[in-house]
Design a protein around this ligand. Structure first.
Ligand code: DAH
Length: 352
């Protein structure tokens, strides 16, 4: 026992001197010190292990010596550690150069659909059209019945419509499938003249692909007054197209069918990309369809409380994505909703 006791005492004296003499302002050196003395495999741990073999009587005196030794090492470590971190802090704050220029905010860009919507609205503003909006969750009346859709019309089918509730108090509740529902709300709420654009998001139960999406955006147009004719419709849309795609853009109307207009038409423009020569976008025909339109069916006017003998009107509806496709030559619809900034920032609005 005495032998161990003597050895330990010698070691402790030697290490105490070493600790007292130790000083550094280098964090790595201090860490070496900590590992050597205070680490889990360090000197103090070793000495405490040896201490287990000392006789119980000696433990009391020796225990005290050991504890003092341990405290000495810990205190040394703590003091040096504080000094080093304090000097690091000042070094860092000395490096802060307040005269350096700041990091500037990165400005976002408008979404291509927002750019196109805005452009469409601005053109029609010049013709006196105001802007109106309606709810995206609609009842059967506003989305279908008031618009003269027959009871069994396929557009009411599950395949097209996202129903929220079947057969409620106001009939089925669904996500609107087109912005024509806003026409109904507008006409129900007042009396002609109406001259408005109705932009908004619409939903259809379609598998998502490059050419179809379960939601997209439309702009609806409505003009109702006394003596509104098909000639007004043609001239209005002709003006719109010249403004949007440039003078010289040709238009043609093809007879079509919509439950809410009579007569109905689809309007094509000469392909804005190949100028009518034929390309991939117009599938070689030189023409691209951009909207549906027609004279508001008298039934629709009456459904909304408007005297169809006194008033007539025209309406049209277009997909904003379609217009943007033609303007920016974007071929995949999915890009519009992926929020990839590499895509989005290519479309700068001239009118921010
Ligand atoms: N609502 C039609 C659609 O979603 C578009 C449309 C066609 C709107 C003719 C109209 C119109 O106002 O007159 O396909």
């Amino acid at each position: 026992m005495l032998y161990i006791w003597g050895m330990l005492q010698d070691q402790i004296t030697q290490y105490t001197e070493e600790i007292n003499a130790f000083s550094t302002n280098n964090a790595a050196e201090l860490e070496q010190f900590r590992i050597r003395f205070l680490g889990t495999k360090g000197i103090i741990k070793d000495i405490f292990d040896e201490f287990k073999a000392v006789s119980p009587e000696e433990k009391r005196t020796l225990g005290k010596v050991l504890n003092q030794f341990k405290q000495l090492a810990e205190a040394k470590y703590q003091t040096l550690n504080e000094t080093i971190s304090a000097s690091q802090d000042t070094a860092e704050s000395n490096q802060l150069d307040l005269t350096l220029p700041g990091e500037g905010f990165e400005l976002g860009t408008r979404h291509p659909l927002a750019i196109v919507r805005r452009e469409i609205i601005e053109i029609f503003n010049k013709l006196g059209f105001s802007v109106a909006e309606g709810p995206e969750i609609e009842d059967d009346w506003h989305n279908f019945s008031a618009l003269n859709f027959p009871e069994e019309h396929p557009a009411r089918d599950m395949q097209d419509t996202f129903f929220i509730k079947k057969g409620g108090e106001k009939g089925d509740i669904a996500l609107r499938t087109h912005t024509s529902s806003v026409q109904v709300r507008m006409m129900e709420a007042g009396q002609p003249p109406f001259r408005a654009l109705m932009p908004g998001r619409v939903y259809r139960n379609e598998a998502i692909s490059a050419r179809a999406h379960c939601f997209f955006h439309q702009v609806e147009g409505l003009y109702v007054d006394e003596k509104v004719s098909f000639a007004d419709l043609k001239q209005t849309l002709f003006y719109f197209v010249q403004e949007l795609y440039g003078e010289g853009t040709k238009v043609r109307f093809r007879p079509s069918y919509f439950p809410f207009t009579e007569p109905s038409a689809e309007m094509d423009i000469s392909c804005s990309i190949c100028k009518g020569a034929g390309c991939q976008m117009c599938k070689g025909s030189g023409w691209v369809e951009i909207l549906g339109c027609g004279m508001v069916d008298p039934n629709v006017l009456e459904n909304c409380g408007i005297d169809s003998k006194k008033y007539s009107g025209f309406a049209f509806g277009m997909g904003i994505e379609r217009i943007a496709n033609l303007k920016f030559e974007i071929k995949d619809l999915r890009l519009f909703s992926e929020n990839d900034v590499r895509f989005l920032k290519q479309y700068q609005s001239a009118t921010i």
